[in-house]
Design a protein around this ligand. Structure first.
Ligand code: URA
Length: 281
């Protein structure tokens, strides 16, 4: 890289970083203020200085298959749902589709949560997405609307997605559970056990390159591990259940709303997502 290219890359990264913080509503860093009217602090703003800064980072074509080095393969894993064969029987529905999965789910009463939910939250987005986000369970807004991540945490998730130059509709968003637990308590083992086979089928149909798990219950539920998010976050995980699909755990947006000091680490994770999907993690 020439010094000019390095400077250009640095400027672009700084602009994106500032835009991310601005979108999260953070405009005051003590000495430093980001003006509220900062739509120009983007790649666009760096253009006059750098001439050659290109268009926003493109979403890569599906063919790019670069895998970053994997740090671990889920240490201390245990089997929550029986043997973790690469493809469990419930995943082996021939000619499966999201429509079939939704139809099979029906007006699900496989666990106790049907009694208190308003709507099933199946998941939504691009059925051919390279990138999937998985949270833990619907909250009140999601239960009311039947759509994942539409409340405050969802709005932050949308901003996080946009901060890495994707649109919400480019990705697929789902949860470990499709029904809201009362008072937003954590998913219980029997609920996860009945619900997660449908998520596995969704993953098998979509076959994303990367799944970002949001927070502890989502990470532990999907990876079938007891290891906590603080150990796993920011590290690409192999996913034995779906060889070839990587998992990157990061903080849940609801946690980021409560602990804004963690946004810096979440941004580091998001940059890894972007680099991975561009083929250069
Ligand atoms: N939190 C989640 O984990 N999922 C949602 O859909 C909304 C909030």
């Amino acid at each position: 890289m020439t010094p000019q290219e390095e400077l250009r890359a640095l400027l672009q990264e700084t602009a994106e970083h500032l835009r991310y913080y601005q979108e999260l509503g953070i405009t005051n860093f003590g000495e430093i203020f980001i003006p509220q009217d900062l739509p120009a602090v983007t790649a666009e703003a760096t253009r006059p200085m750098t001439q050659a800064v290109s268009e926003p980072l493109p979403i890569p074509p599906k063919e790019i298959e670069t895998m970053p080095e994997t740090k671990n393969t889920v240490p201390d894993s245990f089997s929550l749902f029986g043997e973790t064969a690469p493809l469990a029987p419930e995943q082996q529905v021939s000619d499966d589709s999201l429509e079939k999965i939704r139809a099979d789910l029906g007006d699900c009463q496989r666990c106790k949560l049907w009694k208190t939910r308003t709507n099933i939250v199946f998941g939504e987005g691009n059925a051919k997405a390279d990138l999937m986000f998985i949270g833990e369970a619907p909250g009140a807004d999601e239960d009311a609307s039947g759509r994942p991540f539409v409340g405050r945490a969802g709005q932050l998730l949308t901003k996080m997605i946009e901060a890495i130059n994707f649109k919400r509709e480019d990705v697929y968003i789902a949860n470990i559970l499709k029904s809201r637990p009362p008072d937003n308590r954590n998913p219980e083992a029997d609920e996860t056990k009945s619900c997660i086979p449908f998520l596995f089928r969704q993953i098998a149909v979509i076959r994303p390159k990367l799944i970002v798990t949001l927070g502890n219950p989502a990470t532990q539920g999907l990876l079938e591990t007891k290891v906590g998010i603080t150990k796993l976050r920011g590290e690409f995980q192999d996913y034995p259940r779906f060889p070839g699909i990587k998992v990157l755990p990061t903080f849940h947006p609801a946690y980021l709303l409560r602990s804004p000091d963690k946004k810096r680490e979440a941004w580091e994770d998001l940059k890894k997502v972007r680099a991975f999907l561009q083929g250069g993690a």
